[in-house]
Design a protein around this ligand. Structure first.
Ligand code: PMP
Length: 293
């Protein structure tokens, strides 16, 4: 990924993709003092960009630092990077991190850096393939107690658990893993939130120790607009047997149906298909007003 054409926005200027480097003694590399975002552009416009960039700033505050740009400046930088790369459908990755002046757990005065990379990511909405649903394993690792880590931050350190879980699932032939939280309740997947369908209603875990995803909130809005009841509550893994449908959602995952979680089976039913289509419509520039309503 570090050898490509194009440019990356790096501390306020564009640098060639291959030159966007940090020193090996960067605090963030040693102590996970970094926060990031995953955004997606459709038809040249970044969906819910302001919410993502505000979350980036908020995540930095949860790690004890101020991203040295306003949300308006980060918005403009994301748009400029997208335009510079000349992409319509793309992934946008801002990341802010503590620099390399001091090495040690404490590094109060290290410079906070910000970089933004954009790469091409066409929206491959191939209904035939995705409508089969993906297979998910149960993860062995759990989301931590919010008293153990700032679980509302989209912080790099919290992704160690996700990579461990995702790698273990992939080794067993699964596409992803469903993680429980520290209490043993259903939490989320390694890069997406989870929803279930039962008796015509949506059930999804209360996001009290993991990301309340921007896609998750969008899907809740779309479901309510269709008159579908949405129940946010504690969900125990034993309940998986009682759900008829399941899907995951996130900026990258969009709305993706799930056919299996370990020994549990789900159908790709009408509510899942409807929300998949509604989301695909909502992200396109002319439709965002509907999603926001
Ligand atoms: N949970 C995790 C662990 C994630 O990485 C993501 C993707 N950012 C999500 C949930 C979904 O968040 P969003 O819809 O804001 O992309």
């Amino acid at each position: 990924f570090d050898n490509r054409p194009g440019e990356i926005w790096f501390d306020g200027a564009f640098v060639p993709w291959n030159d966007a480097k940090v020193h090996v003694l960067t605090h963030a590399l040693h102590y996970a003092s970094a926060v990031f975002e995953g955004e997606r552009a459709y038809g040249g416009r970044i969906f819910k960009m302001r919410e993502h960039n505000q979350r980036l700033i908020d995540s930095g505050k949860l790690l004890g630092f101020d991203v040295p740009y306003t949300v308006e400046e980060i918005d403009r930088a994301c748009e400029a990077t997208l335009a510079r790369q000349g992409f319509q459908d793309a992934y946008v990755r801002p990341i802010a991190w503590r620099g390399s002046e001091m090495m040690g757990v404490a590094a109060q005065n290290n410079t906070i850096h910000l970089a933004i990379a954009v790469w091409q990511w066409p929206s491959y909405f191939d209904p035939a393939e995705r409508l089969k649903g993906i297979r998910i394993d149960m993860a062995e690792w759990r989301r931590p107690d919010p008293r153990t880590a700032p679980s509302k931050a989209k912080a790099t350190g919290l992704y160690m658990i996700c990579t461990l879980s995702k790698h273990a699932a992939e080794r067993k032939g699964y596409a992803d893993a469903l993680m429980l939280d520290w209490r043993g309740q259903v939490a989320e997947c390694t890069g997406a939130n989870v929803f279930f369908v039962k008796d015509g209603a949506l059930h999804t875990p209360t996001p009290d120790c993991f990301l309340d995803g921007i896609t998750r909130r969008t899907v809740i809005g779309l479901a309510k607009a269709r008159g579908i009841e949405v129940i946010e509550r504690a969900i125990m893994p034993e309940e998986l047997a009682s759900f008829e449908q399941c899907f995951i959602c996130g900026t990258a995952a969009e709305v993706t149906p799930v056919s299996e979680i370990a020994d549990y089976r789900f159908s790709v039913g009408d509510i899942t298909k409807t929300l998949m289509t509604d989301y695909a419509d909502a992200v396109r520039p002319q439709q965002e007003a509907v999603a926001a309503a």
